[in-house]
Design a protein. Structure first.
Length: 243
């Protein structure tokens, strides 16, 4: 019987062959991995939003229609209405994804902050119905009722708060009301604690809305951190808006 010949390949030939592999093959392999959204959200929470924002175009290109990337995009969107559209697209198109319940809760916060309490309540009910095991579903939600309809609650927090005044581009919206009296009551509540507060009135489709803005900030990150203070001291949800 004929003994088969062993074919040896020079290491140099193997090296050349590896060099001829298309460069984008490695990039394609890398794109198959799921992006670490949670890590980037933690970066935003720790004041590194600009670093994440710089990554966003590449993430959008490499992970088209990825619900996690869409959620990250919405979080970084300073226009509340535009962010709400992205959150809603996640809920509509990826209802089984891990970020769907987060998106619904963000919608709840947004609609509450602009005074659409009925819509906000509908989002909260949807969250509890469709995602009963979500950590958001077990939270004690804010009752979507305008301040004027609430009974007088406990005395305001005595510890005075201060917010520096800047020639700024960002502020925090703590409420939006069709009735000016409601907006003035909320404004007064913050002014008693020495916060810089203003009422900004807009008219959309013939509907007048009085928005209550607190604080003036040079950066989005500063304003975002201030929303945590508002939640802690006043038990109010709020959103960052650009002036």
């Amino acid at each position: 019987m004929r003994t088969p010949k062993l074919i040896t390949v020079s290491p140099w030939i193997l090296l050349v062959a590896l060099m001829l592999v298309p460069a984008d093959l490695y990039a394609q392999t890398d794109r198959m991995k799921e992006p670490d959204i949670q890590r980037r959200l933690e970066m935003i929470e720790h004041g590194e939003a600009e670093a994440v924002r710089a990554e966003l175009p590449t993430l959008i290109t490499n992970y088209q229609n990825n619900p996690g990337v869409l959620y990250l995009q919405a979080v970084l969107t300073t226009d509340g209405a535009e962010a709400a559209k992205i959150y809603q697209s996640i809920v509509d198109n990826f209802p089984e994804n891990e970020w769907a319940d987060d998106a619904i809760y963000k919608l709840y916060q947004y609609y509450y902050s602009i005074g659409l309490y009925k819509t906000a309540d509908q989002k909260m009910q949807q969250l509890k119905r469709d995602y009963p095991f979500s950590s958001y579903a077990t939270k004690e939600g804010i009752q979507p009722t305008p301040l004027a309809e609430k009974e007088e609650q406990a005395a305001p927090v005595k510890e005075p708060g201060t917010v520096k005044k800047y020639a700024s581009t960002f502020t925090v919206q703590v409420g939006a009301f069709s009735a000016l009296q409601n907006a003035e009551e909320l404004k007064s509540r913050f002014e008693k604690e020495n916060y810089v507060c203003n009422i900004f009135t807009v008219v959309t489709d013939g509907r007048k809305l009085h928005k209550v803005w607190v604080g003036e900030f040079e950066t989005y990150d500063e304003a975002k951190r201030f929303t945590s203070e508002i939640k802690k001291k006043f038990n109010l949800e709020s959103i960052v808006v650009s002036r």
